[in-house]
Design a protein around this ligand. Sequence first.
Ligand code: KIV
Length: 277
Amino acid sequence: MNKRVTTTTIRERKTAGTPITMLTAYDFSMAQMLDGAGIDMLLVGDSLGNVVLGYDSTLPVTMEDIIHHVKAVCRGAQRAMVVADMPFMSYQISPQEALKNAGRLIKEGGAQAVKLEGGKEVADAVRAIVAAGIPVVGHLGLTPQSVHALGGFRVQGKDEAAAQKMLDDARLLAECGAFSLVLECVPSALAKRITAALPIPTIGIGAGCDCDGQVLVTQDLLGMYDGFTPKFVKQYATLHVQAAQAVAAYRDEVSQRAFPAPEHGFMMDDGILEKLY
Ligand code: KIV
């Protein structure tokens, strides 16, 4: 078995200039597949709310939802580091509450690290969690839990004040002990500047190719939906097409009694049936 990816592995990647790969995972079979493919970090993102639970934002996702799915992902991941997203209102109330909830994700869920959104306003929470020995991934730029405050899902850090605040927040998160930082929907040049300024790796999503790693929602990468795809997504497959064809073929074969065929069934001695009355 390959050695587990740790915070040391992730930090060393920045020094070595070897890109980090991260993808979202929400269940056992997907985790097994991604882990087997050599993905370094599996994020049980609160995008779970959109992708698996069918909400129109990440806001309704609960601690129980995340713990339930983290447990399944941990059962499927032998090598990859499993990162649990802290859901909305699980870390904003106080550093103590943040620590208690981060602890649950590690102790009950089995994750190796937690991720939370925000800069200066979550600095005390990050310090408290890190002081307890729990690795923290930061998240700046488009932070979906603040969708209402941000006025929608749009690129962040485009003017001087916003870009400076993001750089300041990134430095602060690193000082507070975060071991890596997700940058979401940030102009590529700003992400490059932040990456160069930080001692910890950045992991980009819609943040250009100069981050120390990349993350995508796995369902987007696999093309599992027919609808809108964000500009920053590259679809490496269009599985929704194949899946729809497969399901239609199943429907037709069942309707025509073509499935199951004899080879899909189980045999028994004819003599047994003859004895039944
Ligand atoms: O919840 C999530 O999937 C995320 C990624 C988009 C980084 O936070």
